[in-house]
Design a protein around this ligand. Sequence first.
Ligand code: NAD
Length: 351
Amino acid sequence: MSVFEHPEFDHHEGVHYFEEPDAGLKAIIAVHSTALGPAAGGCRLWQYDRSDDAVTDVLRLSRGMTYKNAVAGLPFGGGKAVILKTPALAANPELFRAFGRAVDALGGRYVTAEDVGVSVDNMRNVRESTRHVSGLPQSGASAGGDPSPWTALGVFLGIQAAVAVHLNRDSLDGLRVAIQGVGHVGLHLGRLLSEAGAELTIADVNRKNLEAAQAAFPANVVAAQDILFADADVLAPCALGNVLNSVSIPKIKAKVIAGAANNQLSTEADGDRLAERNILYAPDYVINAGGIISVAREYFEKGSEDEVRSDVGRIPVRLEEIFAESAASHKATNRVADELARRLVTAAGTD
Ligand code: NAD
């Protein structure tokens, strides 16, 4: 099947395949849209069962970045990269230098940063080959560095907004939150929620990450297969995508879903399923924009950590607008957010 017939192909401006056998690099970079600026989005290092799954992932994730950057008001289009992991492939410096050469070959149409499986250190190696990279360590109070604490802050503020609207609660004290995945974002989110008095249930398939979280805050641990269905007020998916689908949704007990993972819904119709069950869904790319907000200020060398904090503080305002429009129009929140994002991108294209 050619990429043009792929069900997730959405008029992407470019889908680029790169291979450097000596470095072990096999990567795909998808540029979905540059209407609002260079296509920005993280690089994921992941082991896919089939290379077709990597294509599906990068096509969906890059479109999601276009929507995320548009709704966050950033001067970025949408793109994403995946590096295909094999059991023998370690995240070594030469792999990321080679990936940097791939990014550089696109001449600035794509800007990369960290995503799942990729660290700040890896981005340092990317920087050796290209300047079109963000999420690097910064000095002093300038914006930059690991985006995940900012993503976690945005999710935390989004949870506050969602429970105020849907559960009529103005405090997180005693709120029961289930976090799926306590990696970079989930760990920071757990800390913030715990400090605010929330009662946490967590799960992770990685024992080290689970232990780090247990050392960081009190939490009830459940098996990975049970976390989506935990007795909780809020479910915060912070692992991988496609967790909200026709099989899982009927069994979810939480009344609010608000987490960091990209592409939480398997299909658009899954947003309708949540709405039918009166579960308030905070659209993933709206609530998880904190990291890319930091990345944007770093990349354009504009601003300080304080300004990033202030920008991230606007995430709950955008969510409240989406929740209000959803309530007024009886459309699911994901559909309201997608329509808003498409309007913004189309308007930029006709300027
Ligand atoms: P991460 O890899 O650091 O953490 C993900 C965690 O989820 C890991 O600990 C992993 O073991 C765990 N996990 C995987 N499958 C699981 C399962 N079935 N059940 C329970 N745990 C499972 O990644 P991250 O940077 O924390 O990102 C988490 C999610 O948020 C991803 O979907 C990512 O795309 C999204 N996101 C991250 C950022 C960011 O700033 N890091 C920004 C926006 C969106």
